[in-house]
Design a protein around this ligand. Structure first.
Ligand code: HEM
Length: 224
C-alpha cells in the first residue's frame, strides 16, 4: 500500500452526507433567504411604515417563528461546517499565486467576518429589540444609528460587502463541488453570473443602507 493511500482516510458515508448538507444548506434556504432579505430592505426607500411591514413586522408570530427556525438552523449547521473547513483545509497561495487561490482565501476571511457581523446583527436587530425591549426593531432606531453612530454604519457597509462576496463566490465553489459546471467554457460563463450576483446583492444592500442613513436625519441622536 502506498504512503498516500495509507495516510488519506476515505470519508465515511455519514461524513460525506454531513459535508453535502453543510454545502447545500448554504444555497437553500440560506442564500435564497439572504437575497430576499436584502431585497425586502429596499423598502427603506419608501419610508418607515413600508420598511417595518416588509422587514420586521409579522402578523402571524407562529409563521415568523417557523421561518426563523427554517433559516437559523441551516445557518448554525452551515457555520459549524464552514468553521471545520476553515480549520482543516490549507490554502496553497504560497505556492500558486493565482486569482482562484486569492478568492479561496477571501472566502474564508469573509466567513470569519460574517460570523462577527451576523452575531452582532442578529443580537442588535432581532433578539435584543424583541426579547429585551419587548418590541420589534423600529425604523427610527436603525435609521438613527445608521446616521449618527459611525461604527454601526461601518459594520453594516463591511457586513453587506462580506455577505455579497461570500454568497456570490460561494455559489461558484458550490456549482463546481456539485459537478454543475465541468467544462472550461461553463466555468467562464459561471464567473459572469457570479459577478452579476455579487453586484446585485451589494447594490441592494448598499441602497438600503443609504436609504436608512438618509432617513436617520429626521430622528434624534441615539443615546446608546
Ligand atoms: C448569510 C450567511 C451565509 C451564507 C448565505 C453562506 C453561503 C455560502 C455558500 C453558498 C458557500 C459555498 C458552499 C460550497 O462550496 O459548497 C459557502 C461556503 C463557505 N462558508 Fe458560508 N455562508 C454564510 C455564512 C457563513 C458563516 C457564518 C461561516 C463560518 C464562519 C461560513 C463559512 C464558510 C466557508 C469556510 C465556506 C467555504 C467552504 C469551502 O469552499 O471549502 N459561512 N457559504
Amino acid at each position: 500500500m502506498s504512503t498516500t493511500a495509507a495516510a488519506v482516510a476515505a470519508p465515511t458515508r455519514a461524513g460525506f452526507l454531513r459535508s453535502r448538507l453543510g454545502s447545500i444548506l448554504a444555497f437553500f434556504p440560506l442564500g435564497i433567504w439572504t437575497a430576499n432579505h436584502l431585497f425586502d430592505n429596499l423598502a427603506a426607500l419608501r419610508g418607515a411604515a413600508e420598511w417595518q411591514a416588509a422587514v420586521t413586522h409579522h402578523d402571524n408570530q407562529v409563521a415568523h417563528f417557523l421561518t426563523m427556525v427554517f433559516v437559523l438552523l441551516p445557518l448554525a449547521l452551515h457555520t459549524a461546517w464552514g468553521l471545520k473547513r476553515v480549520f482543516t483545509t490549507k490554502p496553497n497561495i504560497g505556492h500558486y499565486q493565482t486569482y482562484a487561490n486569492l478568492k479561496y482565501i477571501v472566502q474564508r476571511l469573509s466567513a470569519i467576518g460574517l460570523l462577527g457581523f451576523l452575531g452582532a446583527h442578529l443580537w442588535l436587530a432581532m433578539f435584543h429589540p424583541r426579547f429585551v425591549e419587548g418590541h420589534e426593531e423600529a425604523f427610527s432606531d436603525i435609521a438613527a444609528h445608521m446616521r449618527h453612530h459611525p461604527p454601526t454604519l461601518a459594520v453594516y457597509v463591511l457586513g453587506t460587502l462580506g455577505v455579497a462576496y461570500h454568497l456570490a463566490n460561494g455559489l461558484q465553489s458550490l456549482a463546481m463541488g456539485w459537478g454543475v459546471v465541468t467544462s472550461r467554457k461553463a466555468l467562464k460563463q459561471l464567473e459572469i453570473v457570479v459577478y452579476g450576483v455579487f453586484f446585485a446583492l451589494a447594490a441592494m444592500g448598499f441602497t438600503a443602507i443609504y436609504a436608512l442613513f438618509q432617513a436617520g436625519n429626521a430622528f434624534p441622536v441615539p443615546l446608546d
